[in-house]
Design a protein around this ligand. Sequence first.
Ligand code: FE2
Ligand code: FE2
Length: 186
Amino acid sequence: MALNLDDIRGLFEAHGQLAYSGEPVTQLEHALQSGALAESEGAAEELVAAAFLHDLGHLLNRQGETPTARGIDDLHQYFALPFLRPVLPEAVLEPIRLHVDAKRCLCAIDAAYFGKLSVDSVRSLELQGGIFTDDEAQVFLKKPFAEDALRLRRWDDLAKEANRATPDLDHYLNLVSRVMERHAAM
Ligand SMILES: [Fe+2]
Ligand SMILES: [Fe+2]
């Protein structure tokens, strides 16, 4: 039950036009913008791949419009991992897995961060367990790939801009393909 590159392409082609809940971008635009922001900061290809794929769980487990408004936490940060684990390294999987907890952590350690969250992000924050305590934040920060997850999270929050120009789907699928090939060769 691994997803190959064609499966990932198929998911974006079939469902990429879904709205990104409560934001003025589609799922595909959100993925492309996240990847582009990671690249613009010179992130390693593994982290760019994580940024591009971080919400793949939404495409695999579709919950309709704005599930947070119905009190649903879709746990999308975990949903794609079993399908990606056979083909991608921890450097991709862990930032994806941690990108929701990264928000809970940033709210605890960065006083300005909470104020910049979108309405839907604030609503989902409560469903996802709320702001970390200081102790919880310290535990999070010691996890492998925590720093990458925090970077991904900040790109995630910015990747919600209508009509921003980005590289296309093929650009990021090619990048994911390189990451997969390197991982398979290890
Ligand atoms: Fe997400
Ligand atoms: Fe996202």
